[in-house]
Design a protein around this ligand. Structure first.
Ligand code: LLP
Length: 426
């Protein structure tokens, strides 16, 4: 459920007509709904009820400071994958003690900063990373809290680019090597085992892969227990899917109930804090990308609606052939209906936002690309020297600009011409 709905033929974000946002802030423009973000976050905390838990929002999904600040205020922790994400969380007022640090290539400086601010846990993905962390913590006179990210080898049944829990993927420690790495961790002086972690993929629409992964983790926990290694938390990663088109992913409540039921058979489960790292299921349907039709270009085999947002603004359709619903913002005027490929201004055939869409539109009309709140702006680039769009968050009747549109000079800020002496003579 989200707060983007039609009223009298006009699409609103909460109480604000999207036409007003386009007038005020221009297009292309990302629009987020505060109430939707809060609702999706609370769906997790309510689903987990009294069971000890921490929801660590996956910053990579949408790292705008306003989004992070809102979630921090609601009590969220954060799953980060870089120093940049850590600094964003801190800048947004997030609590470092609720931060978990994932990622396969953590650098020494990133580890050092995370130790300095006192994060909750490092999700360690390999033996050499564990050794590096022990060394960095040793130099700083600290002990690093550690959870091993285990790769349970289950098929998440999702797009191959966003499936992460298979043997062939670069992520995590193979489940049958995990015991040895835990034993190593237990023997190192500057790390302390606190958890067990996995993340099997993104946009999962079935519960069974999550439950299969949990079963494998519980077997490992039992083995660890026998060896005297106890963990305080179990981190099940992110991955819950969202409806983009006609998918029916389980709701956080169904997901949590099934997990808690499975977990209750495990002795001591009530003392095991559950961590989740949801990104998409909190942010995706809390955002739209607002774009304007520049031209309609009828063709022999295809009609094109050429809009002012391109693959540099929203790359998911081009990169994953992802379907995102495209809606006209103002349906009050009569228009002829036709089937269009909705394409952007970028000089690539792969630059499309949607294909074969039935739309009743004219040049100058506004369109909203739905489900764009996650992996939208964060994956935007300056390709074709295009400035990245503005970001706006609506809160009831108010629209806040939470990131202004990039300025042209910013495109080459940091670049330099070659010095005169290095240039060929005229
Ligand atoms: N935790 C870890 C360790 C992750 O790698 C990810 C996502 C998450 C949590 C959050 O997963 P979520 O709840 O959002 O599914 N750009 C792609 C998605 C890449 C996901 C990468 N990892 C897309 O646009 O579909």
């Amino acid at each position: 459920m989200d707060y983007f709905n039609y009223r009298d033929g006009v699409l609103y974000g909460e109480e604000v007509p999207l036409t007003r946002i386009a007038e005020q802030f221009g297009t292309p423009c990302y629009v987020y709904s505060k109430a939707t973000l809060a609702r999706h976050f609370r769906a997790y905390t309510e689903a987990l009820g009294g069971h000890p838990h921490l929801i660590c929002y996956a910053v990579k999904a949408n790292s705008n400071l306003a989004v992070l600040g809102l979630l921090a205020r609601l009590g969220a922790g954060f799953d980060i994958v870089s120093l940049g994400e850590l600094e964003r969380v801190l800048a947004a007022g997030g609590d470092p003690a609720k931060v978990v640090f994932s990622g396969v290539a953590k650098q020494e400086a990133e580890m050092a900063r995370a130790l300095e601010v006192g994060i909750k846990c490092f999700n360690v993905e390999s033996r050499p990373e564990l050794e590096r962390l022990d060394a960095v913590a040793g130099r700083l006179g600290k002990v690093a809290p550690v959870s091993l990210r285990v790769n349970p080898d289950v098929d998440a049944g999702t797009h191959p680019y966003i499936s992460t829990g298979l043997k062939d993927n670069k992520f995590g420690i193979p489940v049958d090597e995990a015991l040895a790495v835990y034993e190593l961790a237990a023997s190192l002086p500057h790390v302390k085992v606190t958890g067990l972690d996995c993340h099997i993929g993104s946009q999962l629409t079935e519960l069974s892969p999550f439950l299969d992964a949990l079963d494998r983790l519980l077997v490992l926990l039992e083995t660890l227990r026998k060896r005297g290694i106890e963990v305080q938390h179990l981190d099940l990663g992110g991955g819950l899917g969202v409806p983009y088109r006609d998918e029916h992913p389980p709701a956080p409540f169904d997901y949590a109930s099934a997990l808690l039921e499975r977990l209750s058979r495990w002795e001591g489960s009530d003392r095991l804090t559950l961590l989740f790292e949801p990104g998409r299921s909190i942010a995706a349907n809390a955002g739209v990308l607002l774009t304007r039709v520049e031209f309609l270009k009828p063709g022999e085999t295809k009609n094109f609606a050429i809009v002012d947002a391109g693959m540099n603004d929203l790359i998911r359709p081009a990169l994953y052939q992802a379907w995102q619903t495209i809606l006209p913002v103002d349906t009050r005027r009569a228009r002829d209906t036709a089937t269009y490929d909705v394409v952007g201004p970028v000089c690539e055939t792969g630059d499309f936002l949607g294909k074969d869409r039935e739309l009743a539109i004219a040049a100058g009309d506004l369109l909203a690309v739905r489900s764009a709140g996650a992996y939208g702006f964060v994956m935007a680039s300056n390709y074709n020297s295009r400035t990245r769009p503005a970001e706006v968050m609506v809160d009831g009747e108010v629209a806040h600009l939470v990131r202004r549109r990039e300025r042209l000079e910013e495109l080459w800020a940091g670049e330099a011409l070659l010095p005169e002496a290095s240039l060929p003579e005229d």
